[in-house]
Design a protein around this ligand. Structure first.
Ligand SMILES: Cc1ncc(COP(=O)(O)O)c(C=O)c1O
Length: 370
């Protein structure tokens, strides 16, 4: 037997550009790791205690496919506090699980899915796995999606728009005004939207995060616990949307994930009352540090308003890969922009890293631009 046995849908599938770099880090002697797509703080104590208790009390079995009712209610209440009211909530295996279920439930072969570029790595591949056609909406150089860019890309084959704000990798956060302008096009064109709000708590220049899911349009909201409560390994997220879609996603979940992690669901009943504001304030200080340092070195980064990444053009003479390779030789690990983009011109730094790594990283970058 050989790889000829493999299905067509995985033949072109390559290891994610993030994983590739990630896997190289442990091989370095004294790596400076600015690759991380996860917070560097710990899971809040109340949630950890609740998880231990849930395991001890025997909550270790399958849960209802849609998730335990108490957590679905807690999520619905949280969403209401963001002015988001949807028919139904289901609990998923991370936002990744929600993305798998929703693309499989919505995308037919040949359907076009609009993806603002730069984008989270999974979007392009998941649309292709479902047989759809990713259509990239170029938002360079300032990474703001305008109604004009959106409208231009819509064709009779357009199925939906995949929107991520706060954005990974650019850190841009859509304002209420920008959302309103997009909503006009979305309504006029009767477009369905998947809103990936996983970074909704990571905003720095405002006290709350506007969501397109709070508007009167057809939308599926995906949200998660991974980033907010630093539990990327627990695999817990949620989807909220119209019943006709959530019900089919649940049926798909029955035949795939079965249910999300049981003890994590019980533990996260404590999540919404945990105060993470000091962590956000801490990240904001690091955001300011890295933004100012990059500018002082002559880079031209876009100032991140949310998430915990900064996306910056590489110095002239480099592509994103050659720049990252040169940095890796100096033990500085970051992610090349083409992992998130059809462009090959930027690199992503995660500032959810220790001060030591951030400061050492800046010193290596100083030697790169000398
Ligand atoms: C924009 C975006 N969506 C979804 C995910 C996946 O999150 P989860 O851990 O909840 O599956 C990530 C993780 O990096 C992300 O950046």
């Amino acid at each position: 037997m050989s790889e000829l046995l493999l299905a067509d849908r995985v033949k072109d599938l390559k290891q994610s550009g993030i994983r590739k770099i990630f896997d190289m880090v442990p091989k370095a002697k004294n790596p400076i790791n600015l690759t991380l797509g996860e917070p560097d703080f710990d899971v809040p104590v109340a949630i950890k205690e609740a998880a231990k208790e849930a395991i001890d009390r025997g909550f270790n079995k399958y849960t209802p496919t849609q998730g335990i009712p108490q957590l679905r209610t807690a999520v619905a209440d949280y969403l209401l506090s963001r002015n988001i009211k949807q028919d139904e909530v289901m609990i998923t295996a991370g936002v990744s699980g929600g993305l798998v279920l929703s693309t499989l439930a919505l995308v037919n072969p040949g359907d076009e899915v609009l993806i603002p570029d730069p984008y989270f790595v999974m979007y392009k591949q998941m649309v292709k796995i479902a047989g759809g056609v990713p259509v990239f909406l170029d938002t360079y150089p300032n990474f703001r999606l305008t109604p004009e860019i959106l409208e231009r890309a819509i064709t009779p084959r357009t199925k939906l728009l995949l929107l991520n704000s706060p954005n990974n990798p650019s850190g841009t956060v859509l304002t209420a005004k920008e959302i309103n302008a997009l909503v006009e096009v979305i309504k006029a064109k009767n477009l369905f939207v998947i809103a990936d709000d996983i970074y909704d708590r990571f905003v720095y220049d405002s006290d709350h995060c506007e969501s397109i899911a709070a508007r009167d349009i057809d939308v599926l909201l995906l949200g998660g616990f991974s980033k907010t409560y630093a539990m990327t390994g627990w695999r817990l997220g949620y989807a909220a949307g119209p019943s006709w879609l959530i019900q089919r996603m649940c049926t798909l979940q029955q035949y795939s994930f079965t249910s999300a992690n049981s003890s994590a669901q019980y533990a996260c009943l404590k999540a919404f009352s945990c105060d993470i504001s000091s962590h956000i304030a801490n990240l904001e200080t690091r955001r300011d540090f890295i933004y100012n340092a990059l500018r002082e070195l002559g880079f031209n980064p876009t100032r991140p308003e949310g998430a915990f990444y900064i996306f910056t053009p590489v110095p002239s003479g480099y592509t994103s890969q050659t720049f990252i390779e040169a940095c890796i030789e100096k033990e500085l690990f970051m992610i090349p922009g083409d992992a998130f983009s059809e462009h090959n011109t930027h690199f992503r730094i995660s500032f959810a890293a220790s001060w030591d790594h951030l400061k050492r990283g800046v010193e290596v970058l100083r030697t790169m631009v000398k």
